[in-house]
Design a protein around this ligand. Structure first.
Ligand SMILES: [Zn+2]
Length: 294
């Protein structure tokens, strides 16, 4: 069975730990190549899509998980959203000249330098929840993974560890990651035992090399086995992730149709209202007489 592009949930039988592992290949490759993004942008967008995909595996019916940054650095916007069906999309907005200059400098550019100051919002839209859930992550870590794991530990009161790796090799993108969480406390477990269990899991995860999880020869199951075989791994049904978009002519028509006539007129250029989807670059054209005047 091909285990790529699938979120694989797992649990350790001898430690109160659960997690998910995911290696994305064509999903990130398709999205990044479609936009022809520079490598520096591609790596961060790949991480955002990876994280969104890992989180989407916990969604129930009709849900969408969105990660969005708004910052003042060279990459001022990153968006990735993934539905409960595993349909992933994403895009970025950035300053071409600044990114080009950073690329030329040949230095290793950290996330804080690329994003600058600002906000990372996580949004959970689920049709059966009345309110959407939104959380704000402080971009204080050196990496996305660091910032997000700090957020989880604080907001969910559950110790969380994240491991992200991305690569572009022979013009092919790949992103891989592990999400690890300490399960809620068992009654007969002391605080000390709990900390000890967590420490064991985290120190095992810290032995993982990026090259291993990104390797062509190791499957995600092999990686899990290497890390946790002493603690008996139980894997669950994997969830497929695929690149796709939710835009449609009808959806865009409805948005335009809900505007005032004046607002629509302001959008007309050369007789047409042209709309391009930022996620998938799909182009839609409408004429004013198609809409119902209000
Ligand atoms: Zn689209």
């Amino acid at each position: 069975m091909n285990l790529y592009n699938k979120v694989i949930p797992f649990q350790l039988e001898k430690l109160p730990i659960r997690g998910r592992i995911l290696v994305l290949e064509e999903v990130v490759d398709t999205i990044i190549h479609k936009h022809d993004y520079p490598d520096l942008v591609g790596h961060l967008l790949a991480e955002a899509i990876l994280f969104g995909s890992l989180m989407s595996a916990a969604l129930k019916h009709d849900g969408i998980f969105t990660l969005q940054t708004r910052t003042d650095g060279p990459i001022n916007l990153l968006v990735a959203d993934v539905t409960e069906n595993g349909v992933a999309r994403g895009y970025a907005e950035f300053d071409k000249e600044k990114i080009e200059a950073l690329t030329q400098s040949k230095q290793i550019i950290s996330m804080p330098r690329l994003l600058g100051n600002g906000q990372l919002a996580l949004t959970l839209d689920q049709s059966d929840l009345k309110d959407r859930y939104q959380g704000f992550v402080a971009l204080t870590g050196a990496t996305f993974a660091e910032s997000l794991q700090h957020y989880f530990t604080q907001s969910e009161q559950l110790k969380t560890a994240l491991f992200f790796a991305t690569q572009k090799k022979e013009n092919k993108w790949r992103a891989a990651g592990i999400f690890l969480q300490l399960m809620p406390q068992l009654d007969d477990e002391t605080e000390e035992q709990k900390s000890e269990h967590w420490l064991t899991a985290v120190s095992l995860l810290s032995t993982l090399k990026k090259s291993e999880i990104l390797s062509d020869t190791l499957t995600p199951h092999d990686v899990l086995f290497r890390l946790f075989h002493e603690h008996d791994i139980k894997v669950f049904e994997p969830k497929q992730i695929k690149a796709g978009c939710r835009c449609s002519r009808t959806r865009i028509f409805d948005i335009l149709n809900n505007m005032t006539e004046q607002d629509r007129q302001d959008l007309v250029e050369n007789l047409y209202i042209s709309v391009t989807c930022q996620f998938c670059n799909e182009h839609y054209e409408f004429t004013l007489d198609q809409f119902i005047a209000k």
